[in-house]
Design a protein around this ligand. Structure first.
Ligand SMILES: CC(C)(COP(=O)(O)OP(=O)(O)OC[C@H]1O[C@@H](n2cnc3c(N)ncnc32)[C@H](O)[C@@H]1OP(=O)(O)O)[C@@H](O)C(=O)NCCC(=O)NCCS
Length: 188
């Protein structure tokens, strides 16, 4: 494992939770909480968690794996649990779990999870090194290794797609439209 002069920080050092009651102004026309409100809270908790680990302010680079598994209702208490899952040189990945609690019944549902890649910046706005991560539990190890695999699979998928789209040959890919809900009305 690579080592450097910065003092490594354990996952627990930067673990962060935000809890917020969902108010009526957060609702969409269907009466449920807007996905954008949840994404904004997720960005906020990722920013706090990542910056705390880095010892510098971070910027969000990518957001992966966002899935709205269940709707969140107005009046529910939403908690976002964030921890650093992985660190690179200047980047780190914050994993976030979102749960919503009905304050009257105390029933809890898991509504979201996501992985935010953040990059630490120095005073000049340049990417700067982040401390190594101390893995103190099997869960920490699982999350770190899963992040390595997720990064690898994403890179491979992006490379494959880039090759396929640069070699786009209309007639070879037309069969993909069979059975799809689209109509071909090509001009010249
Ligand atoms: C993120 C950013 C600093 C990367 O700049 P860059 O010149 O590509 O810097 P580097 O090539 O040195 O990469 C820095 C790190 O970012 C990572 N990175 C860059 N692009 C990435 C991507 N698309 N996905 C994941 N990681 C990425 C690199 O792997 C590298 O990680 P490492 O240091 O741990 O190895 C730059 O694109 C930026 O500032 N973006 C704007 C971010 C922002 O403002 N976000 C707010 C939301 S609007």
């Amino acid at each position: 494992m690579e080592s450097d002069n910065m003092e490594a920080r354990p996952v627990s050092f930067s673990r962060t939770t935000i809890t917020e009651l969902m108010i009526p102004s957060y609702a969409n026309f269907g009466g449920k909480v807007h996905g954008g409100i949840l994404l904004s809270l997720m960005d906020k908790v990722a920013y706090a968690c990542g910056s705390k680990h880095a010892g510098n302010y971070c910027v969000t680079v990518t957001v992966d794996g966002v899935e709205f598994l269940q709707p969140v209702e107005v009046g529910e208490l939403v908690s976002l649990y964030a921890s650093v899952n992985y660190v690179g040189k200047s980047s780190l990945i914050v994993g976030i779990k979102v749960v919503a609690e009905n304050v009257k019944t105390n029933s809890v549902k898991h509504t979201n999870k996501s992985f935010f890649t953040m990059v630490a910046k120095d005073e000049d706005g340049q990417p700067t090194r982040v401390p190594e991560l101390v893995l103190e539990s099997m869960t920490d190890v699982r999350r770190f290794t899963e992040a390595i695999k997720r990064r690898k699979f994403k890179k491979e998928a992006e490379e494959k797609l880039a090759t396929e789209t640069s070699d786009f040959i209309m007639n070879d890919d037309l069969h993909l439209l069979d059975g799809q809900r689209c109509k071909l009305r090509l001009g010249d």
